[in-house]
Design a protein around this ligand. Structure first.
Ligand code: DGY
Length: 325
């Protein structure tokens, strides 16, 4: 019987899905809820023909160069900024990702953050737990209306559009900024705006761009200064899309009213980070796609991509389709 190819799976994942690999590969599982450190990752990838990794694993040029047998990289995420995609492509290594299945779940969460920040849900919970709820008060925990306000969406791909659809139900005016689309989105009723106009006019700004060289720090001091003092910034994209130092200053100086972020520059954020000392920010631990159904589907897609790569087939979901042509 032919020797099965070795694959490294960098995290504990549902057994009943991972077991689909058993007849096709020798699975080296990092059986932990924490990621391998870079040395461990390299040790295990060195001999592997397939890699099923997460967004917490840095698959850079140096790692790929040392993984001489690697034939497929399957990332259990739609974003691939943890992988040196152009180097993998140059080496002819297909990279799989998990688009589509997390679109609605992530949009739900972006809207949940928007609502939570505007209506002070987190403050309210803390207020009750701290024993401060003495009576119904006319000025207790006043927030901002969402209904009828202006939402600016930066990045108008599938997730950005899914957020725009949710905003329709709140009769919001929706503006978007995108590099690839500039026309009026008649179906959703969203209008294209230049970034500066969007920032100046929006009550809520929600970020939905992938992290690339062009989008790194797309929101920094200048952009935060353009925003309304009452504005709320939502980030469910990637931490480095926002200049976090500039955000801390803008929130501290009340240049903007609030931020609600699911992603930070470094993840996990250090407990002593100045962002966490601010009262006007909500920080969640990169959970926008974290529904039971979606995470199972992401795992299944990652396994399907890995198997296709091992068999030399076209990956069902390619981050670098040019490798197959
Ligand atoms: C992704 O898939 O890129 C998401 O950030 C995971 O939540």
């Amino acid at each position: 019987m032919a020797k099965l190819p070795r694959v490294f799976v960098t995290r504990r994942l549902p057994k009943e899905i991972l077991s689909q690999l058993d007849d096709h590969a020798h699975v080296d599982l990092w059986d932990s809820d924490l990621p391998p450190d870079p040395d461990n990752l390299l040790d295990h990838v060195r001999e592997a023909e397939g890699l099923l990794c997460l967004l917490t694993d840095r698959v850079d040029k140096a790692l790929i160069q040392q993984a001489k047998s690697l034939r497929v990289i399957s990332n259990m995420a739609v974003g691939t900024d943890n992988i040196d995609l152009s180097f993998a492509t140059a080496q002819g290594i297909p990279v799989g990702n998990t688009p589509g299945v997390l679109t609605e779940t992530t949009a739900d969460f972006a809207f949940a953050l928007l609502m939570a920040a505007a209506r002070r849900v987190v403050d309210g919970d803390k207020y009750v737990r701290d024993g401060n709820w003495k009576t119904w008060g006319p000025s207790v925990l006043l927030g901002q209306d969402v209904f009828g306000k202006t939402l600016g969406i930066i990045g108008y791909g599938a997730i950005g559009r899914a957020v725009a659809r949710r905003a329709q139900g709140f009769s919001m005016k929706v503006m978007y900024n995108s590099r690839s689309q500039k026309d009026m989105d008649e179906k959703i009723g969203a209008t294209y705006a230049e970034l500066e106009d969007l920032l100046e006019q929006s009550d809520f700004v929600s970020l939905h761009v992938p992290l690339t060289d062009e989008t790194r720090h797309i929101i920094s001091t200048k952009e935060l200064e353009l925003m309304k003092e009452s504005a709320i910034l939502i980030n469910t994209a990637r931490g480095p899309v926002v200049d976090q130092g500039a955000l801390v200053k803008a929130l501290g100086n009340k240049n903007i009213a609030m931020a609600a972020v699911d992603v930070t520059t470094v993840e996990p954020i250090d407990a002593g980070n100045p962002l966490l000392s601010l009262p006007n920010v909500i920080v969640t631990p990169h959970i926008a796609s974290a529904s039971t159904r979606t995470r199972r589907q992401m795992t299944q897609m990652a396994v399907d991509n890995l198997l296709a790569g091992l068999h030399g087939d076209v990956l069902p979901h390619f981050a670098n389709p040019e490798v197959s042509t």
